[in-house]
Design a protein around this ligand. Sequence first.
Ligand code: ATP
Length: 213
Amino acid sequence: MTHLRPLAILGGTFDPIHNGHLRAAWEAAEALDAEVRLVPARTPPHRPPPVADAAGRTALLRAALSGQDRLVVDSRELDRDGPSYTVDTLASLRADVGPERPLVLLVGDDAFAGLASWHLWRDLFELAHVGVLARPGASHALPPELEAFVAGRRTTRLQGPAGQVVRIEITPLDIAATAIREAFAAGGEPRFLMPEACFGDPALLAPYRALGR
Ligand code: ATP
């Protein structure tokens, strides 16, 4: 049987994109030998409205990814109305890649711990594997319902198109978009937490700098 290279996605608000996202996605690409796409959410269902609109967050993401072609943007959630449910995104990707190719939903520790609150969360495992990215900070115990569901699915090597959970150890980078927004709000410049390319065009960071005025 031919080897089908996994397709992994890291979804997020990316408000704004930072090196924690980028390094996590990069190391997942290497660990899984996967194609990795970053998928910006248009209307995140789980949180207050982002500081930058979807077009602005995506423009910043594209700037952040310039100079390499291993990580790419997948903007399919921006084309849909209503909330951005990951289960819909995975169904759409599954339709694109067919039934055999492994799909991997990448989530940080914190996002994984909250997975059982996601829309149709059990269906995620019909569509994709889940790759859990180690994230520094508070430990994130799984609620019993989620732990029971994933207990028999854990593996160290993904097999098949979907249904397993793999932990991906990555360089811990304690960077969060919340802290970056706070730095802008305090009038600071969070350089070197985000790629330098993000600072190249002042229009890209204008919504964040406005927090400090
Ligand atoms: P915020 O602080 O606004 O909540 P965030 O920095 O957590 O933002 P998101 O866009 O919410 O960023 O995260 C998208 C995905 O990336 C989530 O699965 C999250 O767990 C993961 N992630 C974000 N930052 C890191 C990091 N430093 N290391 C590993 N994973 C991360």
